[in-house]
Design a protein around this ligand. Structure first.
Ligand code: RNT
Ligand code: ZN
Length: 412
């Protein structure tokens, strides 16, 4: 059935000059980085007693979260088996797999060697993030921008250690590791000095990035944010702050789709940012009324984001990561739904007759442009995606049954 549907879809797309096989070949090349923190509600393994802080929140009490690296890896294997293609796994520093009592500023590549060995067996790449929250030294609400040099130096050491770990991932796995810095620093209420913390953050980043690593191994990104819970009035690492820093220092900006006013379009920002930065990191999330980090679905925003990347050939310069944490549904299904939604959106974008649409636009024929864009929504891209799943050896439709069966075997 799936093959028949595909044959028909292929003909339908051919009529508007679109080659479905070529679209699938492009989709196959796109890696999505799966965020490990969806698997255990951003708890990590290093400091089991620490509560989640930094103004982010996980809600829900669905059973079965991973309690250690072994369980998390097993969950990942299940999820990866249901997502067509080869992908990446995105780790946070608190997911170190070690029996040693080690603080964040003392982390070394060896504390992640089991992850690297596992990644090799799975054929996945690894990305990395310093964890500048859920820690006693982040309790003041300030990390890299703290006025207390002891605190600031601790976080600088942690970020330097994190880049070293990222470079180790890149070297071992033969593919660049994205090392993304996000800090929660900010004030709940109106500050008097908005400049000082930003000046300190800039200085801290300069120190962190003074360690040089091979471009082949590591890719640096910095992630701005509008606000966090408890930091509603002022966020040090704002959009302008990091955009400026990225442009001046040749770093990549990370655009998290939840980190803007809810009516802003992140899709619209990409073409502006990529005029000034070489590369881009996306944290694809789904904000609902606020930065709620709901599981990503194939909605209009995601469609627009995917079209922007494809129409402008930005994928070569863009790293795609997922960033959501929903504890109210099965956590493995959450990864699968999110990743497959991104793929579906990208596929629909790859199946657009871009030249024809551009031609309408250039001629000023906005009627044809709008009419065709709307018609395309009903084209059989779903049949093409199903075929992609099957050719990649992945369930097209009944993947959730597999998650359910796996879930039944868990003793958590
Ligand atoms: C927080 C940022 C950040 C985190 C992860 C856990 O608002 O989006 O990327 O979600 O690092
Ligand atoms: Zn993010």
């Amino acid at each position: 059935m799936i093959h028949e549907h595909y044959a028909l879809a292929k003909k339908i797309y051919a009529k508007i000059g679109v080659d479905t096989d070529a679209a699938l070949a492009k989709l196959k090349k796109v890696k999505i980085s799966l965020q490990c923190w969806q698997g255990d509600d951003v708890e990590g393994f290093l400091f089991k007693e620490n509560a989640l802080s930094g103004g982010i929140q996980v809600t829900g009490n669905y059973p079965g979260k991973a309690r250690n690296a072994e369980e998390l890896r097993s969950d990942f294997e299940m999820a990866l088996s249901l997502i067509p293609g080869k992908h990446k796994v995105n780790l946070h520093a608190i997911y170190a797999d070690t029996d040693e009592k080690v603080d964040l500023d003392e982390l070394e590549p060896r504390h992640f060697s089991s992850w690297v060995e596992w990644a090799k067996t799975q054929g996945v790449g690894l990305d990395f993030n310093p964890t500048c929250f859920s820690h006693e030294k982040a309790e003041s609400g300030f990390t890299l921008s703290s006025a207390d040099t002891k605190i600031r130096d601790f976080w600088i050491r942690h970020c330097r250690a994190s880049r070293k770990i990222g470079a180790y991932f890149g070297k071992e796995l033969g593919q660049k590791a994205v090392v993304n810095i996000w800090i929660p620093d900010g004030y709940k209420d109106l500050p008097v000095d908005r400049y000082g913390p930003r000046a300190r953050l800039k200085e801290a980043l300069d120190i962190i990035y003074s360690d040089k690593y091979d471009d082949e191994y590591i890719f640096d990104a910095i992630e701005p944010k509008l606000f966090g819970i408890g930091a509603e009035a002022y966020t040090v690492g704002s959009s302008e702050f990091y955009f400026g820093y990225a442009v001046e220092n040749g770093k990549a900006l990370c655009l998290d789709t939840g980190h803007f006013h809810p009516t802003e379009s992140v899709a619209d920002k990409i073409s502006a940012v990529l005029l000034y930065t070489k590369e881009l990191l996306l944290h694809i999330s789904r904000p609902m009324r606020w930065d709620s980090d709901h599981v990503v679905i194939f909605d209009d925003e995601l469609g627009a984001l995917a079209s922007e990347l494809v129409r402008n050939s930005f994928l070569e310069r863009t790293h795609i990561g997922l960033d959501f944490f929903d504890a109210s549904i099965n956590r493995i299904a959450a990864w699968v739904i999110g990743a497959r939604s991104v793929q579906k959106a990208l596929l629909r974008a790859f199946l657009e007759p871009i030249e024809l649409l551009k031609e309408y636009e250039a001629k000023g024929d906005y009627t044809s442009r709008l009419a065709l864009m709307e018609e395309l929504k009903n084209y059989p891209h779903g049949a093409v995606y199903d075929y992609f799943c099957v050719t990649e050896g992945v369930s097209a439709k009944d993947w959730l049954d597999k998650v359910r069966n796996y879930e039944k075997t868990l003793k958590r």
